[in-house]
Design a protein around this ligand. Structure first.
Ligand code: NAP
Length: 246
């Protein structure tokens, strides 16, 4: 159980983040549902957690904007006092062949997928250090391991999380808090919906388990990392990809 844990899940109005927020809430954690623009969906996530007997609040904040993250963290501290678990989940794609990718396409994805991770981790680092069960959990991707046609910007950010996680694991180690990475394969969310059907079929042909992941496949692994059973694991990448090679 995660009772007495306060968990911040970035980008949890929809998709994988929502699944993680609901999973952590169902195990007794107080959950912060962060979103950028999907306000109604964020409130639905909060209601779903509350309907299951849990406790949650929704807080708007663009993770790419340091001042917005600071304001979000102030609100979290006012409400819950402290944070034990940060799940850096918010992420975006702007897919194009590299030769067509603009500097802006590159920068926008880097600012959210890596800049957002810096901002949230930086603002909550003291909390994670001080917590007796501090957990930093970064959501990467199999694309960070394999690369993927048309995703030079996205793949770079997702690979970058490996170095970040490993380094933070070392810097947190003396406190007993941990940092780990989850690298999902292809998960049934709005992000996958954007991939043309023809390409989705090609991807499916490469997945030994012959199906895309559900949000719950990923959420269960994050719940394990957030809880006491993972306390001797740090600096690791957990692949949740149906057996894809990397
Ligand atoms: P999604 O369905 O597109 O949902 C993205 C979530 O992130 C939404 O809640 C969105 O909130 C939020 N978000 C986006 N930009 C934000 C920002 N700047 N600040 C705060 N929140 C922001 O994506 P998903 O498929 O669930 O992916 C979640 C994570 O898993 C991402 O890091 C992604 O790279 C990773 N991942 C996904 C897959 C996959 O196949 N789907 C595979 C491997 C890894 P708003 O709607 O309010 O903007």
């Amino acid at each position: 159980m995660l009772e007495d844990q306060t968990c911040v899940v970035t980008g949890s109005s929809r998709g994988i983040g929502r699944g993680i927020a609901e999973e952590l809430g169902s195990y007794g954690a107080d959950v912060v549902v962060n979103y950028r623009s999907s306000e109604a969906a964020a409130h639905e996530t909060v209601e779903a957690i509350e309907d299951g007997g849990g406790n949650a609040i929704a807080i708007q904040g663009d993770v790419a904007e340091y001042e917005e993250v600071e304001a979000m963290c102030d609100q979290v501290h006012d409400t819950f006092g402290r944070v034990d678990v940060l799940v850096n989940n918010a992420g975006i794609t702007i897919d194009k062949k590299f030769e067509n990718m603009t500097r802006d396409d590159w920068q926008t994805v880097v600012e959210v997928n890596l800049g957002g991770v810096f901002n949230c981790t930086h603002c909550l680092f003291d909390d994670i250090k001080k917590s007796s069960d501090g957990r930093l959990i970064n959501i990467s991707s199999v694309v960070g391991q394999q690369g993927n046609y048309g995703q030079a910007n996205y793949a770079t950010t997702k690979s970058g999380l490996f170095g970040f996680t490993r380094t933070l694991a070392l810097e947190l180690a003396s406190t007993g808090s941990t940092a780990n990475c989850v690298a999902p394969g292809f998960v049934e969310t709005d992000m996958l919906e954007e991939v043309p059907e023809r390409v989705q079929q090609k991807i499916l042909d490469r997945i030994p388990l012959n199906r895309f992941a559900t949000v719950d496949d990923v959420a269960g692994i994050v719940r394990f990392l957030a809880g006491p059973d993972s306390s001797y694991m740090t600096g690791q990448i957990l692949a949740v990809n149906g057996g894809m090679e990397w």
